[in-house]
Write a protein that binds this ligand. Sequence first.
Ligand code: B12
Ligand code: SF4
Length: 445
Amino acid sequence: MRIALIYPNIGRRGDSLFMDGACMEPLGLAVIAGLSPGHIDIDLIDDRIDEIKYGEPYDLVAITVQIYTARRSYEIADEFRRRGVRVALGGIHASLLPEEAAEHADTLVIGDAELSWPFLIADLQAGQLKERYSCEHAKRPQNGTLPNRSLFKGKKYLPLSLVQFSRGCTNQCSFCASSAFFKAKQYIREPGEVVREIQAQNRKQIFFVDDNIVADKEAAKELFRALIPLKVRWVSQASMDMLQDSELMDLMMKSGCLGHVIGFESIEADGIESMNKSTNERYIGDRYEYAIKELRHYGLQTWAAFTVGHDADTVESIRETCMFAMDNKFAFAAFNILNPYPATPFYSQLEADGRLLYDGKWWLHPEYRFNYASFKPMNMSAAELTETAFWCRREFNSPSSIIKRAFEPQTNMKSLTRLATYAAYNPLFRREVFNKQGITFGYEG
Ligand code: B12
Ligand code: SF4
């Protein structure tokens, strides 16, 4: 039996096929491969770097669908099905919008693969594939199975290992698809199992792809204690309320943490309130002065994530957000347009207010482009929001800003490793700003 696991690209730029220059390993597909019986022959096709050979005689093609890759996922699925190959769709977007995904699939997997994939394979072998496999979230992600990373061999991924300690987050930010998918719950693995997974690899640089690695502070402490002897360096995503717990922070630093993606979202209190970003409430009063001082004290290189376009935002306030990020010399920053993801409270609110553009389905609309605003903002036009967010990305990642931000003694200049990380990733993210802006979703236009 032969199966292809496909990680779709977002789309293309102009007439040329857009290939992603700096891809990370698709961990979810390695987990699915790890859950598969050993006798199955599995090909990993990463559409960002590989060519898809539609003529191969696969018994099943399984595609992971996220909102930005939905259009491309459906193109690939339709082409395989046209040739008589059966297609399984799964992943966060397919799970949140099953009716949409079902139109392009022979079988649909809603939720985690842990509790459904082995049954799907058994049914496929017995010639009894069902139209839908729905399951609860796995209480213990991966269920003791190690991802099959042999699939990554020979592919040019960034030299860091993606590992997951937990899925989901207990907070309920109004725009967050992950919070909607996991219904504001967090599912946590045994630290010992995570340690064994890291030891099984020859890598010392880890990216924990958790939604919020500190959502359960006691569980996080257990993990950090277990990581200390491994002498790895790691990054993750975390909410700033971690700063309330000094024991957590000390263990985090001892275990080799270099920094996190932290959702700052807005520098205005009303922005934070409107997004229900409860983790930031106590830090917004002084415009994060205390939080930033503490992050520096621990030497964390912060990737500050801002969402722009909330109702109080103006063109000026968004530009000010960018200046704020530059003045505070964050190692990295993202200025994401507050895009409405279906199944989130933010999407429902905009829908009720009649403010959604692109027929409310921007991810499928042929005229929608990557990083464009997809709703009517309150104090500017959608085009102004798109342009202002792009301006922030250009300014923050400009050569002069990269040089100025490097001179932060407690973080970016703290050690050679830190400076090397800073110097390696900043130019890469600068290229991404221009490469991805405005690309078309899917290849068929
Ligand atoms: C790591 C990560 C990244 C990495 C990419 C990693 C990579 N391999 O390239 C980086 C940082 C680069 C990134 C970028 C982006 N990301 Co991202 N990312 C994540 C994150 C935090 C973890 C994903 C992961 O590895 N999970 C671990 C694996 C094990 O889980 P999984 O992939 O979900 O797979 C499991 C199940 O879903 C299921 N499954 C999945 N697919 C399939 C398919 C089949 C057939 C079956 C049977 C089962 C199945 O089985 C797996 C095991 O149970 C998620 C958050 C999340 N909770 O999903 C966001 C997330 C996926 N990202 C998101 C977004 C928006 C983006 C960006 C667009 C951000 C931006 N503005 O630029 C970009 C572009 C993404 C792209 N496709 O190009 C959103 C997607 C929203 C949505 N509704 O789809 C998420 C959900 C974050 C969020 N809170 O909203 N991302
Ligand atoms: S803290 Fe982060 S992961 Fe958690 S709900 Fe908010 S945006 Fe989502």
